[in-house]
Design a protein around this ligand. Structure first.
Ligand SMILES: Cc1ncc(COP(=O)(O)O)c(C=O)c1O
Length: 401
């Protein structure tokens, strides 16, 4: 038998960083070491009872035992459209402008396969969620990375993007609140971006997976910006909003042509999300006015706890405006990977090296606030024993404070 090899496209991808970190963690755990894993953004909090009860209720209805449609349950989409109108002041046609997903990652990863051709180019943020580049590469298209810099609040300047646009550029990914930097983007940024995309005739893919995790102003939908509606698709997730990462449920909203292409692609590779989960998650949105502030309060407390300690240790770190990540600077003279490896080996605290999100992440590390305040405190005590940042640095720039 010929040796079984991975496809060239699969081999062309960097190894998925989180899998690498998982391996390090398992190795240490099997050796009996205590590990404080702050590397993965997977909420420790349980899915709220108001959703679990509904999953049980809808799960008992035999209509929900049959194949779902690829676009999703109509009632679930109608409920989401009602929430979207109230939350973002955008009135969506739940049939033509919305599709349910098996988590937003599924839609983000599949969209390029539905709309890009070999030779096309997609602008992807660096640092950024790795799926934008991976999905683009699977489609035979090329990811072209644009830098997110601290000096501009980790928000790109559209004229800077001009330098990267070629006749082959088809689309651009943006993600606010941002993973990994925690940055948020003001409405003025979206307005400028949409005007730029119109001039360049490009599609905008907005990843809004963290739209309900914010610390001051509620993030906007790009679909509320005039001119965006017919060239944008926005990805939403129930994973972070309702601690539902394990249930795999999200949705896409936007231009009918983009939704139609995505749904047609999905019809060929999956058979939709379980209907009981779609219905329960969509119904859960009614509880957001109470659940949302409580959830944000938990992350705010954790955020402030970690920020205070890291700053006392001399770590330059910005106050994030959203998402549940902190993006700090590694000590000078050490690469991200060297720093993260040293911290892990000496303390058992697992951070994510900034380079896991692209070359522009060099010099940074990410902390996920998805452990209890107690676990975070214990991890911070370990870091204090290491005192990795020798002299206190100057305070970080105040753009997203
Ligand atoms: C920026 C961003 N987008 C999308 C996702 C995917 O979330 P899910 O597939 O659970 O909806 C994640 C998950 O970590 C993320 O960080």
């Amino acid at each position: 038998m010929r040796p079984i090899e991975k496809s060239a496209r699969l081999q062309s991808l960097p190894r998925y960083l989180f899998a690498e970190l998982e391996r390090k963690r398992h190795e240490a755990e099997s050796a009996g070491r205590e590990v404080f894993d702050l590397s993965i953004g997977d909420p420790d909090l349980p899915t709220p009872d108001f959703i679990l009860d509904k999953i049980a209720e809808y799960g008992r209805d035999p209509r929900n035992h049959r194949y779902p449609t690829s676009a999703g349950n109509r009632e679930a989409r109608a409920r989401i459209a009602a929430w979207f109108a109230e939350r973002f002041q955008v009135s969506l046609d739940p049939v033509r402008e919305m599709a349910m997903l098996l988590g937003s990652k599924e839609g983000i990863g599949h969209l390029p396969l539905a709309i890009l051709n070999p030779g096309d180019e997609a602008l992807v943020p660096d640092p950024g969620y790795p799926v934008y580049a991976a999905g683009t590469a699977f489609a035979g298209a090329s990811p072209v990375r644009f830098p997110l810099r601290e000096t501009t609040g980790f928000v790109p300047d559209p004229p800077d993007l001009d330098k990267l646009v070629t006749p082959r550029t088809r689309l651009l990914f943006v993600n606010y609140p941002n993973n990994p930097t925690g940055a948020t983007a003001p409405r003025a940024f979206y307005e400028e971006l949409v005007a730029w995309a119109v001039r360049r005739d490009l599609i905008i893919v907005s990843d809004a997976a963290y739209s309900e995790l914010y610390y001051s102003e509620a993030p906007q939908s790009i679909l509320s910006i005039p001119g965006a509606r017919d060239r944008s698709i926005e990805f939403h997730s129930f994973s972070k909003t309702f601690n539902m990462t394990g249930w795999r449920i999200g949705f896409a909203a936007g231009a009918p042509a983009l939704i139609e292409a995505l749904v047609q692609f999905k019809a060929n590779v999956d058979s939709g999300a379980p209907q009981a989960i779609q219905l329960a998650a969509a119904e859960g949105l009614k509880s957001l006015p109470v659940h949302g502030p409580a959830l944000r309060g938990v992350y705010r407390e954790r955020r402030d706890l970690v920020l205070d300690t890291l700053r006392a240790l001399g770590c330059p770190i910005r106050t994030p405006g959203g998402a549940f990540y902190l993006w700090g600077r590694a000590p000078e003279k050490e690469t991200s990977m060297e720093f993260v490896t040293r911290v892990f080996e000496k303390t058992g605290v697992l951070l994510t090296p900034g380079t896991g999100f692209g070359a522009e992440g060099e010099g940074y590390f990410r902390i996920a606030l998805t452990s209890s305040a107690d676990s975070l405190r214990r991890a911070l005590q370990k870091l204090e024993t290491l005192t990795p940042w020798k002299a206190p640095h100057a305070s970080p720039s105040p753009i997203i404070r």
